[in-house]
Structures are given as structure tokens and as C-alpha cells.
Write a protein that binds this ligand. Structure first.
Ligand SMILES: [Zn+2]
Ligand SMILES: [Zn+2]
Length: 157
């Protein structure tokens, strides 16, 4: 009895992914393991984040909730919107119409990003030439074979 309730608590904590923005006005919680995590080197992610590339962590939308505030959404293309904190400007989410079963949060907004295992790199044709990444992950010039995307049509997401 005691052991099983302890196990349950450990399990719940393991599945509890929390995060938020720099100022704390926006917070979220996901209670499922990430579906996927991907490094994106596209020019839009670079521009939006101000970083050399941006890593998105996908959680099932059914297991995801905003626990404080909500991001402001910017519609960056016909197929995708991007969420940010309107107070501090932190880059927080991406929402793609073809992936409406999930919320994509930025890796850096997670409280324990070290627990995520990214799966691949996408849009490497736009990767900065001086950026050297020493990993063995699959690399895709554009989109990954792991997920559907309208980015195939040339629409950079
Ligand atoms: Zn904020
Ligand atoms: Zn991108």
C-alpha cells in the first residue's frame, strides 16, 4: 500500500513537465511525456527566438494546461502561430495547423530542459555555417520524416 502510493507519486513527478517565461507571468504544465523534441534551424525560428536555432518540445494537447496566464499568439504563416509572453517577450510556443493534437513549447522555457532528449535537426539547409553540432541525431534539410508538415510546400515554419 505504502509502496504503491510512493510509486505513484514518483511516477506523477516524472510525468510532470512544468515551465514558463522569464518573468513568470506565463506558466504551464504537461502531464505526459513529450511526443517529440526537435532542433529547428529555420530562419523564422531564428528570428523569433533571437538564438542560432530553436528547439521545440511537443506535448499532447490533452495533457497540457496553462497554469498561469497565456501567451500572446502571433500568426507567423498561414499554417503556424507562435506564442510569447507579452510582458517579458519570452518565446514560448508554436502551434501548427497540421499538428493540432499537440502544443510545442520551447525547450528553454522548461524548468528541467536537461530531461528532454531531442530527436533530430530540421531545416539544416538554413543552419548557420559556423555552428558545429557534435551529435549523431538525424538531420533533415527541411522537414523531418517523423511528422507531417505543410512546410513541404515551401512554407517555412
Ligand atoms: Zn513573461
Ligand atoms: Zn523553425
Amino acid at each position: 500500500m505504502l509502496v504503491s502510493s510512493l510509486n505513484r507519486r514518483v511516477e506523477e513527478r516524472a510525468l510532470d513537465w512544468t515551465g514558463g517565461c522569464l518573468c513568470g507571468a506565463v506558466r504551464y504544465r504537461a502531464t505526459a511525456e513529450p511526443i517529440r523534441a526537435v532542433h529547428c534551424h529555420c530562419g523564422m525560428c531564428r528570428r523569433e527566438s533571437g538564438a542560432a536555432f530553436l528547439t521545440h518540445v511537443h506535448f499532447p494537447i490533452a495533457a497540457f494546461a496553462w497554469t498561469q496566464g497565456e501567451p500572446t499568439r502571433y500568426q507567423s504563416s498561414a499554417e503556424a502561430g507562435r506564442g510569447f509572453c507579452r510582458r517579458c517577450g519570452s518565446t514560448l510556443t508554436m502551434h501548427e495547423t497540421v499538428l493540432d493534437d499537440r502544443v510545442q513549447v520551447t525547450l528553454g522555457s522548461l524548468d528541467r530542459p536537461e530531461g528532454v532528449r531531442p530527436q533530430d535537426h530540421v531545416w539544416t539547409e538554413s543552419q548557420l555555417p559556423w555552428l558545429k553540432i557534435d551529435d549523431d541525431l538525424p538531420r533533415f534539410q527541411r522537414i523531418s520524416s517523423a511528422v507531417p508538415s505543410r512546410a513541404l510546400d515551401g512554407e517555412d515554419t
